[in-house]
Design a protein around this ligand. Structure first.
Ligand SMILES: [Zn+2]
Ligand SMILES: [Zn+2]
Length: 513
């Protein structure tokens, strides 16, 4: 009763009693309509329905003028992950997904770092990574790979996620560590000791950062699984064993039928941490990025204690081999011939029968590789012949085809489109061009011999920028990859790696319409 009286009083205030009252009321209503229309327009401009249609679910993503976003009714329908997974143009949801996953990824990284395993022995590492991929929703095949030596087990992992029509993209991580004693002093440093294949006691360390690669790989798998509405096609996540050794795991997986038992990729992607690039950055090289690696053993055979040959012949061979790069290869073309080991004899005063040379040869193109290898053979045979080595004692030159690692060629078109996606996701200043290096990587195998599968391996900055500045100032080199002191910055490197790799994949697989 009381409220009715109040209501009547309120309404009567608004009822016109004269023409001028009517005008005032019209003005008041006009102002109200204007204010309502203004706020409605502002409101509807900043809200977007995502994930579901508004009928299916009442959840709405709001973006405030500062760009911050939030969800209405965020707790009710239990599908925050899917909603958050819808990237805005700022890429913010990728960051928030990484944020959600980071603490478990940090634990995974430290676990992998503390428990490294040597090439050909990635037993527990492969089980853990396969388990992670299964949890992320992939169909996983384990122990995939066939080495020439049947005694070796291939610990390769192939994880497939089919998500409608679209390209097939392969993402690869390596799994193995190195026979080195860690000297970083980190609380999670490896203390692992084992026996190598020769039965010697060795320490083991992830000195090439493959633990970073694996953590980024698992983070990327989780993210892409959550972001399934942003890409179409088939995603193949490959855990490759034995990157640090030849014959390597990439070849073993291809031999076992990676491209016939599973969908053949249209593109292959990989990353490698960079021991001289600041964390938070990604680096790229178009074309040849890493070298052909040939291992050559030469045995120069003399005539025991007879003649003048043995004590003079060894050095001339080494010196002459150095002329291949300086005198035979066209200036500007990349080639390295290093005689890393030279061994002959047992004692000062005994002229040996044999001298053994161990070489590593680095080139980029097939043509230069062939030129350099032929020159090594020609020069070695020619010099020993000139020194009067008796017939039947010609040098033995073993080119070890099984140890060959082909050069990594980054497909220019793929590099261009991926780098522009990186620039958008990471910021232009964080995407830098690097120069090709003389190291080798068997990721190159995934491109096939004729480079018919476009591939791109990018660099992932892993170093504290303060340490880079200090090293430039003091001229003290930073610990390189394969150094017992190599200690990448985990958090920023892993976050950047996941963002870069997920962006690269989505960019290749996003719906075209
Ligand atoms: Zn390495
Ligand atoms: Zn490596």
């Amino acid at each position: 009763m009381v409220s009715f009286v109040k209501l009547r009083a309120f309404v009567s205030l608004w009822l016109p009693r004269s023409v001028s009252d009517t005008m005032v009321l019209v003005k008041k209503l006009a102002i109200l309509i204007f204010v309502f229309a203004l706020s409605y327009t502002a409101f509807s401009e900043t809200k977007t329905y995502i994930g579901h249609s508004p009928d299916e679910c009442a959840r709405i993503r709001f973006v405030c003028p500062e760009g911050e976003e939030y969800f209405s009714d965020a707790k009710r329908c239990g599908c925050e992950k899917k909603l958050a997974a819808n990237p805005s143009s700022s890429g913010q949801p990728i960051d928030s997904l990484i944020e959600k996953e980071y603490s478990s990824l940090d634990a995974l990284y430290k676990h992998l770092h503390t428990n490294p395993e040597l090439s050909y022995h990635e037993v527990n590492t492969s089980v853990r990574i396969a388990e992670e991929l299964r949890k992320a929703g992939f169909e996983v095949t384990e122990k995939f790979g066939e080495y020439p030596d049947p005694k070796l087990t291939g610990y390769g992992i192939v994880a497939v996620m089919k998500n409608g029509k679209g390209p097939t993209v392969l993402v690869r991580t390596d799994l193995d560590a190195l026979p080195l004693e860690e000297k970083t002093g980190l609380p999670y440093a490896s203390k692992v000791k084992t026996k190598n294949d020769a039965g010697e006691d060795v320490s083991v360390m992830h000195a090439c950062g493959h633990d970073i690669h694996m953590t980024v790989f698992v983070g990327t798998a989780r993210l892409l699984s959550a972001l399934r509405d942003q890409w179409h096609g088939t995603l193949i996540m490959v855990g490759q064993p034995a990157e640090e050794i030849a014959p390597g795991g990439a070849e073993a997986m291809l031999r076992a039928g990676l491209y016939t038992k599973f969908p053949k990729p249209d593109y292959c992607l990989a990353l490698h941490d960079d021991a001289s690039l600041a964390t938070g950055k990604a680096g790229w090289v178009e074309g040849y990025a890493l070298a052909n690696v040939d291992t050559v053993d030469i045995t120069i055979r003399g005539a025991g204690g007879h003649g003048a040959y043995p004590h003079t012949t060894k050095d001339p061979v080494v010196v002459a081999l150095q002329t291949i790069v300086s005198r035979e290869v066209q200036p500007g073309q990349f080639a390295v011939v290093t005689v890393g080991s030279f061994h002959g004899g047992t004692k000062h005063n005994i002229i040996p029968d044999d001298a053994k040379l161990q070489l590593t040869v680095r080139t980029y193109t097939k043509e230069i590789r062939q030129q350099v290898l032929s020159a090594i053979e020609r020069i070695t045979k020619g010099i020993t012949q000139a020194a009067g080595v008796p017939a039947g004692r010609e040098p033995i030159i073993d080119l070890h085809p099984a140890k060959f690692v082909p050069a990594t060629y980054n497909n220019p078109d793929l590099v261009k489109k991926t780098v522009s996606a990186f620039q958008e996701a990471l910021g232009k200043d964080n995407v830098v061009e690097r120069i090709p290096v003389g190291g080798g990587e068997d990721f190159s195998r995934f491109s096939l011999d004729d480079l018919s599968v476009p591939s791109f391996q990018f660099w992932l900055g892993a170093v504290d920028p303060k340490k880079i500045a200090e090293s430039e100032k003091t001229k003290t080199p930073l610990p390189s990859l394969h150094s017992p002191l190599f200690a990448p910055v985990p958090e920023r490197t892993i976050r950047t790696g996941i963002k870069a790799m997920s962006t690269a994949v989505i960019n290749l697989m996003k719906p075209t319409s």
